[in-house]
Design a protein around this ligand. Sequence first.
Ligand code: CP3
Length: 357
Amino acid sequence: AAADAVRPPDDGGLSASPFLLACRRRPVPHTPVWFMRQAGRSLPEYLRVREGVPMLESCTRPEMVVEITMQPVRRYGVDAAIFFSDIMVPLKAIGVDLDIKPGVGPVIADPIRDAAGVAALRPLVPDDVHYVTEAVGGLAGELGSTPLIGFAGGPFTLASYLIEGGPSKNHERTKAMMYGEPELWADLMDRLADLTIAFLKVQVAAGASAVQVFDSWVGAVAEQDYRASVLPHARRIFAEVEPLGVPRIHFGVGTGELLGPMGEAGADVVGVDWRVPLDEAVSRVEPGKALQGNLDPAILFAPWETVESRARDVLARGRTAEGHIFNLGHGVLPSTDPDVLARLVELVHEASAEDAR
Ligand code: CP3
């Protein structure tokens, strides 16, 4: 209807972008699509740019960050860019001694195990990450009407890296603190939530059009413990980011049992991994949310006919949601063929535009 027509935007077309419309549960010309971990990893042009530059150092070079963020936008024509950085960058910026080891992940020199370790985590000020402000500013000119997603780590996931000292299968030391030292745990989660809020604010102030909180490993926590020990902190993050006026996405892996409480945390969009079909996720998440997901990243290694039928299935189930942003159920796997991702973007755009007619 004419009353619903999008007014001519004075923001370079951003407010009419399918990604931002879907986040807001508004009608879209086609289902928007982007991929978690689309920047880096599988692209040959990424590997060339990064040659000889350590991961964390690359995040501090604005020109490199702009180039890597743009690579998947140019190659795939995705509906959103994700800022090239890492969930560990703000921790490094406040002085935590850490490295990101290729093929391993984040490694912490002195894991946090006691009150003194927690007390040493200081607040982040914008100048700590001036290179982020510079890079986001530089992207505004390059991106045009493609929105930029800023991001930060969720508090459980950051706590796990800090306490375990590196990647962990069982998160046993982390859970030992969560179960056994609730006051120390709450202090740690408060500080990490503050860090995430500050890092997201820097990115939005510099021009990011949406934010995603990656609490990637929170699926390891039972619902009861999530409600008691994580949800209050997640809720505070989304409440403090709300006044910035950009859509907020909340994602974790293996969170089928947590989709309800994760929705209650207050984001506009709930990310769903591949284990729960989107129409089932709709019934687990409270009304008034868009969903993002959820093709199994490993399906991209199957023959194209399989990829196509599974992608169409995700689109069909996504139509039961109030808004749907097509994505993988987790990040792009490093050995993924970029041509398959390019073909998938084309398929999502064409198939969903036909349905919209
Ligand atoms: O493309 C994008 O999504 C934007 C950039 C981005 C990176 N990390 C760059 C990166 C994003 C959004 C992240 C988030 C991130 N980092 C998460 C949450 C997302 C998820 O996958 O669940 C987590 C858990 C981390 C921590 C981390 N950093 C891991 C587990 C690894 C992988 C280690 C490895 O090599 O397998 C990293 C390193 C990292 N972050 C790389 C990239 C492109 C690879 C390092 C390299 O290319 O040298």
